[in-house]
Design a protein around this ligand. Structure first.
Ligand code: GDG
Length: 460
């Protein structure tokens, strides 16, 4: 079978460090199966944007890693600029937060081209190439310009917005046209894939065929959903490790019979964190029997702290949690436990297990893996309930969760009340249905399904 080349903004780790998510694990598995090369940014900024050495993974795993540094200008314009100040907000439907700066756009194009130039000499004739996420929308177009004819697939981890929203991005047509240089373009949900196809049809004159294909300029692109999964069995095992058990026990000891709602998110405006705090406040207000009885634990490791929009949301969360705690706290009970530190995956699994409800309220989210991890970590005999935003990709495959509109504090509070009082049988039957599905559609199945489609395109 042909060698797999994975391109992503960050490379590795090849080993399970206890911090790596299911994505890294699934990619390493896929890479190991055929032998592979993992290519991307080193995470370093250096003056010349040096090309790192090719590192070979040890043992029988024939996985090599090749990385490129960024220059300060690359970092500012490509990474902190176009990727995170322009594309991230626009693709999350937040035109109001987007920064449209021509230098960002140029930097994005330049880095896509330079990374492609660096990868070019490492490619072999029968490699198949799998590119990840919004940093590299134009990567295939660059490789094609260098006469690379190998199959190239792309997976977008974040949403693809409705054409009416994307049209607000300057030069959106050019960007999407460049995406059509891929053989397969994968999305988290059917809605994202349909948005992409509609943009290609309405704005670029592509012709839709067989439900998931686009014919354009003599070529065909497959554009469809490949919903990402987690390593569900692996995560369930993490929840029973000694480290997880210690964390479950520590939390339960503090709860002494009270119930806990948990949220786990990078601090990001897409995650609906202020809305979540407000909804929890509304629960205490509208259903006063929960005062002194139910708390919200929010794990929120900071991300992209250098961006203003992120610093602002942090301030807002501090203010909101301060207000709610000041208003409702009692001698032996604090309503919101808000922690901006991070935990190991095992510790997280333990915290999920100690919580009766997972509250997942993004305003937009490609998939949201936390919802799936929470389910995987539960005790089968006494599982908790997921309260899930309709705007998370995960909602498309989780009808047994309590689906909410995160903008409605009343609605979320009422669903929380339902979740907290849900009888054991109902909790079990809802949980079992979700658990079976996430085990079946796990991270490995996701990678296999994408790569089969890409290999299929290669032989057509
Ligand atoms: C993007 C898309 C899509 C969080 N805090 C800690 C920690 N985490 C882990 C979670 C989970 C991961 O980070 C977050 O994944 P999400 O899916 O929730 O969100 P994004 O980071 O925005 O990911 C998203 C995903 O890509 C995959 O395609 O689902 O929609 O936005 O695994 O557990 N992990 C550790 N400590 C923490 O404190 N170890």
């Amino acid at each position: 079978m042909s060698r797999l080349v994975v391109v992503s903004n960050r490379v590795g780790p090849l080993k399970d460090t206890g911090r790596a998510g299911g994505l890294a694990v699934a990619l390493v598995d896929a890479l190991t199966e055929t032998g592979g090369l993992w290519f991307g940014w080193s995470g370093d900024v250096s003056e010349e944007g040096t090309f790192g050495n090719l590192k070979q993974g040890g043992g029988t795993r024939k996985v090599a890693m090749a990385t490129v540094d960024m220059t300060q200008a690359d970092y500012d314009e490509f990474y902190a600029g176009y990727a995170n100040r322009t594309l991230w907000p626009v693709l999350h439907y937040r035109l109001d937060l987007a920064d449209f700066d021509r230098r960002f756009e140029e930097g994005y194009r330049r880095v896509n081209e330079r990374f492609a130039t660096r990868l070019r000499p490492l490619l072999q004739a029968d490699d198949i190439i799998w590119v990840h996420d919004y940093h590299f929308l134009g990567f295939a177009a660059e490789l094609r310009a260098m006469e690379v004819g190998n199959p190239i697939g792309f997976f977008l981890h974040i949403p693809f917005p409705a054409p009416e929203v994307l049209a607000g991005l300057p030069n959106a047509e050019r960007l999407v046209r460049r995406m059509l240089a891929y053989d397969v373009v994968g999305f988290q949900t059917r809605r994202d894939a349909a948005n992409f196809r509609r943009f290609a049809v309405e704005e670029l004159g592509a012709v839709e065929r067989d439900g998931d294909k686009l014919d354009i300029a003599g070529g065909t692109v497959v554009a469809r959903a490949f919903p990402i999964g987690i390593d569900a069995a692996g995560f369930a095992r993490q929840a029973t490790t000694p480290e997880a058990r210690r964390n479950t026990a520590r939390t339960e000891k503090l709860l002494v019979g009270r119930q806990q709602i948990i949220g786990v998110d990078r601090i990001d405006y897409s995650k609906g964190l202020p809305e979540r705090f407000r909804a929890f406040g509304r629960l205490l207000e509208d259903y006063p029997e929960n005062r002194g009885k139910v708390s919200l634990m929010q794990v929120a490791p900071p991300s992209r702290a250098e961006l203003d929009a992120y610093a602002e949301i942090r301030r807002e969360l501090e203010e909101l949690s301060g207000n709610i705690n000041g208003r409702f706290a009692d001698l032996d009970w604090t309503p919101i436990r808000y922690m901006t530190r991070s935990f190991t995956r095992r510790a997280l699994a333990g915290l999920y297990r100690a919580s009766r409800v997972a509250l997942v309220t993004p305003l937009r989210d490609g998939m949201n893996l936390v919802a799936k991890e929470y389910v995987a970590a539960q005790r089968a005999e006494d599982p908790g309930v997921v309260v899930l935003s309709r705007f998370a990709g995960a909602a498309e495959g989780m009808p047994e969760a309590l689906i909410v509109n995160p903008h409605s504090a009343e609605g979320v509070a009422s669903s929380l009340q339902t979740a907290l009082n849900m009888p054991l049988d109902e909790r079990r039957s809802r949980w079992q249905a979700i658990f079976d599905r996430i085990c079946q559609n796990d991270a490995a199945a996701w990678a296999t399904s994408f790569l089969e489609t890409l290999r299929g395109r290669a032989t057509n």
